[in-house]
Each structure stands twice: as C-alpha cells, then as structure tokens.
Design a binder for this molecule. Sequence first.
Ligand SMILES: Nc1ncnc2c1ncn2[C@@H]1O[C@H](COP(=O)(O)OP(=O)(O)OP(=O)(O)O)[C@@H](O)[C@H]1O
Ligand SMILES: [Mg+2]
Length: 510
Amino acid sequence: MQINQIINELGKESLGELIKVSTLINSSLDLSEILTHVMELTNRLLNCEASSLLLLNEKTNELSFKTATGEKAQDMKAFNLKMGQGIAGWVAQKEKAVIIPDVEKDPRHFSQADSKTGFKTKSILCVPMKAKGQLIGVLEGINKKENLVFDEADLSLASILADQAATAIQNARVYEELQQDHENLKKEVRPKQTLVGKSKIIQDILKMAGRAAQGDSTLLIRGKSGTGKEMLARAIHQLSPRSNKPFVCVTCSILTQTLLESELFGHEKGAFTGADSRKIGRFEMADGGTLFLDEIGTLAPETQLRLLRVLQDKEFERVGGRETIKVNVRIIAATNEDLEKGIQENKFREDLYYRLKVIEIFMPELKDRSEDIPILAQHFLEIYSREMARPVKGISKEAIEILRNYHWPGNVRELKNTIERSVVLGSSEYIVSEDLTTEIRHPREGATSLPSREGPSQLPSGNTLEEAEIRHIQEILVKTNGNKSKAAELLGISRNRLDRKLAGIKPAAK
Ligand SMILES: Nc1ncnc2c1ncn2[C@@H]1O[C@H](COP(=O)(O)OP(=O)(O)OP(=O)(O)O)[C@@H](O)[C@H]1O
Ligand SMILES: [Mg+2]
C-alpha cells in the first residue's frame, strides 16, 4: 500500500500510531516480548475487547494460540486449530482477511472455544500474517468496543500491524536459532571436562549417573565442598538426551530472596523496585535442558514452597505476573548441608526434600578414596602444564605419597589448586615434595587421610579375617587420631608392618 493511500484511508493520526507501532515491535528480538506488544497494540488500534495471535506450526500444520489478551487469555492457550477450522483456520487456509460482524450467524465460527471459556464472541476481524510471502499465523481482533462494528479502516490497520508483526517474529526466530547455534559451537570448542576417578565408589557413581541421565527424575547430589557435585551434575546433563539444550546453574545462597525468586522465575516490569523491564528467569532459560540448583539447603521457606509447586506442576508465574508458564526442565539440586537436620529444625520442607531426592547421590570426600589422588593429580598436572606451557613430566613418588596421606579438607578443588600452584611455582621437571606447602607436607596432628569419626566411612563390611583386620586397624587409627606410631603400639606390631598393611588397604601410586 502506498503512503498516500494509507493517509487517505486512515488519516494522519493513525499513520503516526503505526510508525510508533513499527518502532516498538521492531525494537525487540525477544519473541514473547514481541507477541505481548502486538497484542496490546491490536487492542488499542482496533479498539476491541480482546485479541488473539495464532502461530502456524509447520510440522503439525496446526495453529496455536500464542498470546491472547483479554479476560480469558489463559483458557484460550489450551486450544489448537487445524487448517480450515474456525474463522482463524479459514483465514490461514485461504490467506484472506475477513470481517465478521456477527459471528453467531457465520457457520465457520468455532463455538467450542466460547462454550469452554464462557467468553461471548460477537464480532471478529481476522488477518493473515505473512513474512516474505510465507504464512506464519493469523491475528484476530475480537468484539469492537462500544457496540461498533469493525470497518475497512480497521482492516487496513490490522493488515499493516500483521505484516510488521510477522517480520519481527521471523527475525526473533532467526535470532533465537543463531543464538542456539552459537551456544552449541561454544560448547564444542570448550574442552570437555572429564570426571576422573578409578575408585570403586566413583565408578559406581558414574554408572548410576549414566542410568539416571536417561530419565527425567529429580536428582539430589550431596557431599562436602569441592567433592565434584557440580561436575557430576554437568556430566549427567552431558550424558542425557537433553545435552544439546542448556545446562543452567543457580547458586541459591548468593542472592536475597526477592532477587533469587526473580532469577529463578523471572519478573514482570515493575514487579518490585528496580524491576524496570521484564526478565526471563532461569527456569525458562533451561527449558528443554537441565537446571542445576546449587546450595539448595539455603532456600527461604517461601521460595521452597514456590519451588515445590514447580516440581509438582511444571509451571509457574513470573514474579509480579499472572501468565502461567509451562516448562520442561530436569532439576538437579546439590547441597553440602544436613537437610535432615534442617527438617527437624523446621528450616527445610520435608515434602520438598522428598521431591528432590528421587535419586540421591553422595559424593565421597577425597580422603575416603585416596586411590583416586594420584590419577587426579596427574590429570590436573596435564591440564595446567598445557595451560601454562610449562612442560612438567610428572610427580615424584615421594610427593604422591604426601598427597595421598593428606586429609584434603577442600577435597578435589584443593588438590586441583595445589597442583596449579606447584606447576606455577615449581622449578624442576617433576613436581617434588618441596613444591608442596608445609600444611600438606606436615599436616596438623589428627588431620590424616584416614576415616573420621563422623562422615562416610569406607570401612569394609565383610566377614573374612582380612576384612576384619582392616576394620580393626582403621578403628585403632581413628582412636589415635591417625597417629600411626601410637596405633602400631596399640596393635602390638612394628610401625613398618603397619605401613605395609596400610599400603595393602590403599594400593601404592603407580
Ligand atoms: N572427579 C573429578 N575429576 C576431575 N575434576 C574434578 C573432579 N571432581 C571435582 N573436580 C574439580 O574440582 C573442582 C571442584 O568441583 P565442583 O565445583 O564440582 O565441587 P562442588 O562439590 O560443587 O563444590 P562446592 O560445594 O564447593 O560448590 C572443580 O574445578 C572440578 O572441575
Ligand atoms: Mg558447587
């Protein structure tokens, strides 16, 4: 349509409105934001009670209500129309705009929607939406206000609006695809992090993780700081059919309750002070993928309740919003806190606890799987010597023994940092004991790699004489706070003999 023709038909005021519309719609690349703008503008420009936008799904050849405004907007979203079904389906099939002043008299009217929503449709104006000649959906204005009827001027306005909307929607879709491609490329380029460990306990965990990855059950990963909880969560995502969708992390402890809720669920503009635009939450970002909720034990009671609802219904509202958002997200939560104690003290909801721990995995402390220390150390050595372009050939036997005997309160993270430090500061071809800190070389009395009184114990449970002997030795070592000389004395054997027996429990480094 020529500008002059538009001015003649619509008047200068409407043209001004249309220019504003065009700027507004084209200012965003966010699909849901564009849809919301288009709906608001349709209502305003056509002066009607409600409006609907239906997008064509090319695979199913059906039209689905994307955003519907007006009182019954939520109910409308439940409907899908086939090509040719209802007035919208007819418009899509014929690619022709229509004005229906009295829908009751029109045989094409899809009355089911009205009877289900209780909304009375009186008049409709419906136009096809096309981008580059391709039909992408239809736009409807419903019930002209003040008992008026839709006219040709409304039809022109709606057609221009529909064209603008179609282009903006197509652009947003292309942008989304590009962003997704970009993310996938980044993932491919990023070196894969491997979860290293040959101990039986880590191997068992990996097997369990592999099986768990195939399903959608919620997972709870527990363990002390630095034991590899996040790493395991990422590994599960990578092994799962969701691996080409996002893995999104939220650390529940670092934000205030309001900010955390807005981070998780998003917020509408003006939901609270400082919310000056709409924000998409992590749940929405993770749609199709995995959401990792770290430090879940720190959630405030109200947030626990909201989370419980999402876990149950797979839907939520943005903070300050009324629109219900459905998501398909796999939840993996992690904590190093004693949730059971939290329940007893009424700090953690029991129902949420059971929802989360459908599958529960405990990450053992490094000191309880010291046979993994040499290969982990070697693994980190390779990473850092490559990263820092400093060729280090290996770790001396003596240094490995020291690493194995240390109690690693910071677990794998501490070992990783130790190796990084040694690679940076060491001067020889090998990492030697002198490259390690005094704390690691001479741990305080009582701090050894042996089982602690509390926490998971790796004591063998069998009945053979050998197993009973190991159990007895370890119990004595706990009694003596890890002092091997005292333990040897109590056991009535030499210190050397005790060392040999301990070497049998934890095979020496290769
Ligand atoms: N089995 C493993 N193999 C290789 N690297 C590991 C392993 N376990 C942990 N790491 C590394 O150790 C560091 C700490 O791991 P991660 O962040 O997963 O621990 P976490 O249990 O989540 O700790 P926190 O409770 O402190 O958040 C990370 O850099 C991770 O890459
Ligand atoms: Mg972590």
